[in-house]
Design a protein around this ligand. Sequence first.
Ligand SMILES: [Zn+2]
Length: 339
Amino acid sequence: MTFSERLEELEKAVIDRLELSSTLGELEELKAEYLSRKGKFSLLLRELKELPAEEKPKAGESANSLKKKLDELLQSRLLAFKEKGQKTPEEFFDFTLPGHRSWEGKHHPLTQVLDRIIEIFYGMGFEVAQGPDIETNYYNFDSLNFPQDHPARDMQDTFYLANDLILRTHTSPVQVRVFEKKNPPVKILAPGRVYRHEAINARSYCLFYQVEGFYVDEGVTFADLKGVLVAFVKEFFGKEVELRFRASFFPFTEPSAEVDIRCIICKGKGCSVCKYRGWLEILGAGMIDPEVFKAVGYDPEKYTGYAFGLGVDRIAMLKYRIDDIRLFYENDLRFLRQF
Ligand SMILES: [Zn+2]
């Protein structure tokens, strides 16, 4: 292609683009691409010096007149657009519009609740310990006095892995692991994830968070247990919240109790959250069964102790008035940003 043919080609390309441009922004882009100092026209001019000497003057002249023509066309088009009231992107920029919001990172609501629970018990002298999520049948059931035919051992309730391994169904195995390593006094808080082979719905999920607390020493009584639980509930939910202890059964505590608080939503009048009972169950507790002590070599004649287990998800649901546990695990940012 000769130099003059290439000039013609460029002319046609610019004129076509001019026809197609309908905004000032598009004209600015066209100018930058073809007619600016680094545009396609300037690149073509550099090739002038490679032409034979006798062709240079004529080629230079036609290039200059084409540049002049295209500049004029572009200017008149720009002017026409401006007269119609169009603005360049720079002029159009509205500094008063709100900017894009950037979100700061935060802890997950369950982590916030867990941190608060740990903080309160830490203030009452509990140390934090942790155990593995994958447990043996021994630590999860046998050492905690679960009979061989206990329904919790059923495949329906427990996730069985290979070789006697399961996903722990509660945080209580941490008690046994601590007792094996340490002699009384022990005062431990064991937070962690637990797993249940359950149908998933608004009230139950296949995993959730528990906080286990236990204290073993000489002369520990049920009154001590009541004392820490009442102190915890008043600190977490507020001084006006009432508690009640109901007799219950767990294989690893005797006596055992379930602890309810007066419904914080309806104040005891009855609502859908408390199923019109006026009370909400928040934890299970009791005095550690002497059988558990025997399994780890503690002398049950010398030592007594209590244990309790809190459902973190349940407490978070009550605190934030959330009626579906699945929201905690779906990681929908629209939900998480509210905390
Ligand atoms: Zn209620």
